[in-house]
Design a protein around this ligand. Structure first.
Ligand code: VGL
Ligand code: ZN
Length: 214
């Protein structure tokens, strides 16, 4: 069984949001189109309490994009984003959420950030996504969403580590690019660790049998 993993398709990561990713909204139509090809679609949702330790505003004298030590881990500080129940944390309204069978919230513990949909950044706790996918007999996953160089990257790498054959649908991802090359470097890193980069998502369309069967 194959699954589609939608990473953080939330208002705050789209133009106008608090942590807007350039062209973030452009991935939504592709996500909607691809969902029709999959029996199993899961989504991650960045879901922070207002006092989350990744927000620069919660640290004296700190500004967004500075790097600090947060309980022993290197942490990029972010603008306040994806606060639980806020508009910014909601899925983009154009996203067809009906096909999503399960949503995995992450970043709910204020003491640690969680880029991956599988584990927090210290691999201290699981979100339950790996267990869920394995229960559903999933052996291969297709990952898309925001942001390529953070949550998408770590989700894809953990998927691969968990033993799923992992594909990145690169046209349906956009990144932060704190440094100019970060997105390209992230894609290279995923590739070098065994993730298959799908360059043309249309090769996955109209092939229901191929995608549905194991
Ligand atoms: C993300 C930074 C902070 C992401 C989430 O979805 O890539 N990036 N929180
Ligand atoms: Zn976040």
């Amino acid at each position: 069984m194959k699954a589609l993993i939608l990473v953080d398709l939330q208002n705050d990561f789209c133009p106008g949001g608090h942590l807007a990713v350039k062209e973030g909204d452009m991935v939504i139509p592709i996500a909607n189109e691809l969902m029709e090809q999959f029996e199993l679609v899961v989504a991650t949702q960045d879901w922070h309490p207002a006092d989350h330790g990744s927000f620069a505003a919660n640290h004296m004298w700190r500004k967004p994009y500075q790097v600090i030590d947060l309980n022993g881990l290197e942490q990029v500080l972010w603008p306040i984003h994806c606060v639980q129940e806020s508009f910014g944390a909601q899925f983009v309204k154009e996203l067809n959420t009906q096909k999503i069978t399960k949503v995995f919230p992450k970043g709910t513990d204020k003491t640690i950030d969680s880029y991956s949909g599988f584990y927090d950044n210290g691999k201290r706790k699981s979100t339950g996504m790996a267990e869920y996918l394995k229960e559903q007999q999933v052996t291969e996953v297709f990952v898309l969403g925001l942001a390529t160089d953070f949550c998408v990257k770590f989700t894809a790498l953990h998927a691969q580590e968990e033993g799923f054959d992992t594909n990145l649908i690169v046209q349906a991802c956009r990144g932060v690019n704190l440094k100019e090359n970060d997105v390209d470097l992230a894609i290279e890193e995923m590739k070098s660790k065994g993730v298959t980069i799908v360059e043309d998502y249309t090769t996955l369309l109209g092939s229901k049998e191929m995608v549905k069967n194991t």
